[in-house]
Design a protein around this ligand. Structure first.
Ligand code: SAH
Length: 366
């Protein structure tokens, strides 16, 4: 194998290099990869951490993904959609606390009523938050799955400017194994291209540690991010949920949990090394595997964190995977907790800023 040091000094990494990096196991090697990623993060996007207050506004979903806890067939959860004013209150909380941006996330619904409702909320949040500190109002990211080109366009025109849609895996065969027939890899790709065409800053990502997923698949995922020219990346470990057809992977998951966690951190670092100037989120799922998982994500090169703003009363119904942190009724102030965590590792929060993807804005100048 080529020396790790040599790979880390290369300007263009090949698929084989990416696999080599992801397969490093020795603590000293992992530390070298982490340090390189951190250095690149520092020079390309800075050390600030940007907040996106996460509002999980509905768990109603028309999809039946085999891995996901809010899949249509899970009858053990109560379905909800937050009221207009409840969503607005969450957004205003983010605004008052200097978060700069929010993410509106939900299960998938494609009705006109749903899109109308969201457009109205987006416009109102924008109108209410234009201020000296945020001249363009709160930044709004959407994460509401596959929609039509026309719906995406309406949402963009209403004022949302970023969109997260994970490809889940760039291996079409693995994609088919984890989704029912009516969800196609081709359509997911088309959605990503529509979002870019409309002008959204586009985020994508994958689950790490899916049964049957190889290091080669993960290296290809990273190449895929580059190929579609993603502005933002959100990745996290796959964690089994008991009320899904994949519940029988529980043993596999328990046995491999530690490795999946380590691999997730390595993925963050390698994506940072390869893509350099994108925004990378340190996702909540990391914290489900290790209490300080999100801080570790930041140390491995992530620069975005999403404090949960979803009202405590419905959190237990928005559980995509087992062990999601912060869902009990005593956890009201995710923001404060997260800010303390960020500061505990010597990073600072980028208050009252969009913290947009540097990658996206560089494209304006070309
Ligand atoms: N319906 C929306 C958003 C909700 S799901 C959408 O499709 O974008 C958000 C992300 O949670 C998914 O993209 C998936 O990658 C992740 N997720 C779902 N189930 C998971 C599980 N069991 N373990 C880890 N991540 C999961």
């Amino acid at each position: 194998m080529v020396l790790l040091k040599e790979i880390l000094e290369k300007t263009e990494l090949t698929q084989a290099d990416l696999i080599s990096l992801l397969s490093c196991e020795l603590p000293d090697e992992i530390e070298q990869i982490r340090a390189k990623a951190y250095e690149i993060m520092k020079s390309e996007v800075g050390e600030k951490v940007y907040l996106r207050g996460l509002i999980e506004f509905s768990n109603i979903c028309v999809n039946d993904c085999y891995y996901c806890g809010i899949r249509r067939s899970n009858k053990s959860i109560q379905r909800y959609t937050l009221q207009y004013d409840e969503i607005l209150d969450c957004a205003m909380f983010a605004f008052r606390n200097g978060y700069g941006s929010i993410v509106l996330q939900s299960g998938e619904q494609r009705t006109k009523k749903f899109i109308d409702f969201l457009c109205r909320i987006i416009s109102e949040i924008k109108a209410k938050t234009i201020s000296d500190s945020l001249p363009n109002g709160l930044g709004i990211t959407l994460c509401i799955g596959e929609q039509t080109y026309a719906s995406y366009k309406r949402l963009f025109e209403a004022g949302a400017h970023r969109y997260l849609l994970r490809i889940e895996t760039s291996n079409p065969e693995l994609f088919r194994m984890i989704h029912p027939r009516d969800i196609s890899f081709e359509n997911r790709l088309e959605c990503l291209y529509s979002l870019k065409d409309i002008g959204f800053q586009v985020g994508t990502g994958v689950m790490i540690g899916l049964p049957g997923q190889s290091l080669e698949d993960l290296a290809n995922d990273i190449l895929f991010f580059k190929e579609i020219d993603a502005d933002m990346i959100g990745m996290g470990p796959y964690i089994v949920h008991k009320e899904t057809p994949f519940a029988n992977f529980e043993d596999y998951f328990q046995k491999n949990k530690r490795d999946i966690y380590k691999l997730s951190l390595k993925m963050i670092a390698v994506v940072r090394i390869f893509l350099r100037d994108v925004n990378i989120a340190s996702t909540t799922a990391l914290q489900a595997l290790y209490p300080f998982g999100r801080e570790e994500g930041l140390r491995f090169g992530a620069n975005v964190i999403m404090p949960l703003l979803t009202p405590v009363s419905v959190r237990k119904n928005y559980v995509l995977y087992e062990g999601k942190p912060c869902i009990d009724e005593f956890t009201n102030s995710c923001g404060e907790c997260i800010i303390a965590r960020i500061e505990s590792i010597g990073r600072t929060v980028g208050y009252n800023q969009f913290g947009d993807s540097k990658h996206y804005h560089k494209k304006d100048k070309i």
